[in-house]
Design a protein around this ligand. Structure first.
Ligand SMILES: Cc1ncc(COP(=O)(O)O)c(C=O)c1O
Length: 372
C-alpha cells in the first residue's frame, strides 16, 4: 500500500450487488468470483471477505495469490486459473485444497512425477482451447484427458471439470463466441463433468455460455464488459454499480491568462482567461498518462475537464464555473476530486485514455483504500 494523497474508496455493497446481478443473469449456475490481480485492484483479501457470503467460490491466477487468500482464512473453493508450474505448486495445492486448472502437457508430467502422498485427491479443471489460443488443450484431446485424469490416483474423479475461455464475448455481433461455445459443448457432451465457460461478457451477453459455473470478473467491479458498445450496454444499463471511487485533493487554484500554456510540453494553451485547479494525482497513482484533453473529473457535483498532459503526480483541471458562490459551485483547496467512481463511470474514463477499465482498476490498486 503506497501512501499518497490520492485514495481509493471501495464500496462493499456495490461488490455484493454486482455479484447478485451475475446470479440474476445466470440463475442456474454456480458463481466463481474472479479476484485475481488483487481483485482487479480492489484488494483480494478484503474483496473475498465482502463476497464470501454470496459466492460459491473464487478464482485467482496463480499459486501465490491463492496462498494469500488461504492464509487469510478464506476457505471457499478456490481455483487457480494458470494451474501449477512446479512440483512445489502441487504440494501447496494439496495442502490448501486448491482446484488447479490444467492446460498444458507439462502440468500432466508434474502430476505423473509427484512424489508426495496427499490425504485427499486434487480437484482439477481441464482447460480446453476453443479459439482463444492462449492456454488450453485441443478440444480433440478431451477424451483421452478425461480418461487419464479420471483414473489418476491423485485426482478427484468426482469433481473433474472442463472449462474454456471466450475471446470475443464483448462483441455481441461476433459469431466467434457461438463457435467457441459449440466447439466446447461438442467436445465435452459425453462426460459426466461440470463445465464452465462464461466471463462477464458471456454472463450478460451469451446465455448459452452459462453452464455449471460462471466466472464473473469485471462486472463485479461495476464496469461493463461491452467496451465498444457502451451506448446500449453501459454498466448502468446492466444495473452495475461502481465498486471503486478514485479521488485526490485539489492542492492549488489559480487564474491563467489567455494564451498561457499548461503542463509538460506546453501542449495546451488557455483560449481565454481561466480559473484552473491542480489535483494531486497522476500516473504514479494509476491515473492514465494518456488521458486526453477534456477527460472529465468530478468536483462538488459537477464535471471539470482535464487540461494539458498528465504528470507523475499532478493534473490540471478547468474550474470554469466554479467561482459562483450563489450557485454553490465553488472550488476550495482540499476539496476531493473524483477521477472515476460513483459519479463518473470508469468505462467513460477508459475510453478517454484509449484503454480498458481493467487496466485502470489494476493500476490504482496500490493506493491506500478505505471501505464504506
Ligand atoms: C479464465 C478467466 N475466466 C474469467 C475471467 C473474468 O473475465 P472478466 O473480467 O472479463 O469477467 C478471466 C479474466 O481475465 C479469466 O482469465
Amino acid at each position: 500500500m503506497i501512501k499518497r494523497s490520492a485514495k481509493v474508496a471501495i464500496h462493499p455493497q456495490a461488490l455484493q450487488h454486482n455479484l447478485q446481478q451475475a446470479r440474476k443473469a445466470a440463475p442456474d449456475s454456480n458463481v466463481l468470483a474472479v479476484i485475481k490481480a488483487n481483485a482487479y485492484g480492489h484488494g483480494a483479501v478484503e474483496t473475498a471477505g465482502i463476497l464470501y457470503p454470496f459466492t460459491d467460490g473464487f478464482a485467482v491466477s496463480c499459486i501465490p495469490e491463492a496462498i494469500e487468500l488461504r492464509d487469510a482464512q478464506i476457505d471457499l473453493p478456490l481455483t487457480v486459473l494458470q494451474g501449477p508450474q512446479q512440483d512445489e505448486h502441487l504440494r501447496i495445492a494439496f495442502h490448501h485444497r486448491l482446484r488447479l486448472v490444467l492446460h498444458d502437457p507439462s502440468q500432466l508430467s508434474l502430476l505423473e512425477n509427484f512424489s508426495g502422498i496427499p490425504d485427499k485427491p486434487l480437484d482439477v479443471s481441464i482447460k480446453l482451447d476453443t479459439g482463444m489460443h492462449r492456454i488450453g488443450f485441443d478440444p480433440a484431446d478431451a477424451s483421452w484427458l478425461y480418461e487419464k485424469l479420471s483414473k489418476h490416483p491423485l485426482v478427484n474423479k468426482d469433481t473433474l471439470q472442463f472449462m474454456t475461455h471466450l475471446s470475443c464475448a464483448d462483441d455481441l455481433d461476433n459469431t466467434y463466441s457461438m463457435q467457441q461455445i459449440q466447439r466446447f459443448k461438442s467436445a465435452t457432451a459425453s462426460f459426466q463433468c461440470q463445465t464452465s465457460i462464461a466471463n462477464s461478457a458471456g454472463i450478460l451477453g451469451w446465455p448459452s455460455s452459462h453452464a455449471d459455473w460462471i466466472r464473473p470478473g469485471i462486472m463485479l467491479y461495476g464496469s461493463s464488459p461491452f467496451i465498444d458498445n457502451l451506448q446500449k450496454n453501459s454498466a448502468e444499463k446492466h444495473n452495475l454499480q461502481a465498486a471503486m471511487t478514485f479521488s485526490a485533493p485539489l492542492i492549488a487554484i489559480h487564474t491563467l491568462k489567455k494564451g498561457d500554456a499548461i503542463g509538460y510540453g506546453a501542449s495546451w494553451r488557455c483560449p481565454r482567461d481561466m480559473l484552473v485547479g491542480v489535483v494531486a494525482c497522476g500516473y504514479a497513482d494509476g491515473y492514465p498518462r494518456h488521458a486526453e484533453q477534456d477527460t472529465p473529473l468530478w468536483l462538488n457535483g459537477k464535471e471539470a475537464p482535464l487540461l494539458g498532459r498528465v504528470s507523475m503526480d499532478m493534473i490540471v483541471i478547468d474550474l470554469t464555473g466554479f467561482n459562483s458562490v450563489d450557485l454553490g459551485q465553488i472550488a476550495r483547496i482540499g476539496d476531493m476530486v473524483e477521477c472515476w467512481g460513483e459519479n463518473l463511470s470508469i468505462d467513460r474514463i477508459a475510453r478517454h485514455a484509449e484503454t480498458i477499465s481493467y487496466e485502470l482498476l489494476c493500476n490504482a490498486g496500490s493506493l491506500a483504500k478505505t471501505h464504506d
